[in-house]
Design a protein around this ligand. Structure first.
Ligand SMILES: [Zn+2]
Length: 119
């Protein structure tokens, strides 16, 4: 008999039935496994990769405000920055760490104190 899909000649004991069609074993496996392009999650995550990469370069409102303060002042000690942004030291640390990672800010020692300044 002939495969209903790829038209290859198949032995009777190799034929498989799927969706009402008699096909060879290869086609049967093809039809059985869902195609990845139709998987909404695959499409979703593939589309999200560039967005996530771009989002990584984007700044939150808070980070923008932090950078504005540093631009205004030319650099301030952490506690002053935390107070101006109304953050706890721990929250500030997290923001500064993220910005440092993006090479937006860095710490600098001035007169024995560490100040946060623009990169
Ligand atoms: Zn086939």
């Amino acid at each position: 008999m002939i495969c209903d899909r790829c038209r290859v000649e198949i032995d009777a004991d190799e034929e498989r039935e799927i969706h009402g069609r008699l096909v060879c074993e290869d086609c049967y496996m093809d039809l059985l496994s869902p195609t990845r392009t139709c998987d909404p999650w695959a499409v979703h995550s593939a589309r999200n990769i560039p967005e996530t990469a771009a989002g990584g370069a984007g700044l939150t409102d808070l980070q923008t405000r932090l950078l504005n303060i540093l631009e205004e002042t030319g650099g301030v000690p952490g506690p002053v920055l935390a107070e101006r942004l109304n953050l706890t030291p721990r929250e500030l640390e997290r923001e500064v760490a993220a910005l440092r990672h993006m090479e937006k800010v860095r710490g600098e020692r001035r007169e024995g104190r560490i100040v946060v300044r623009l990169w």
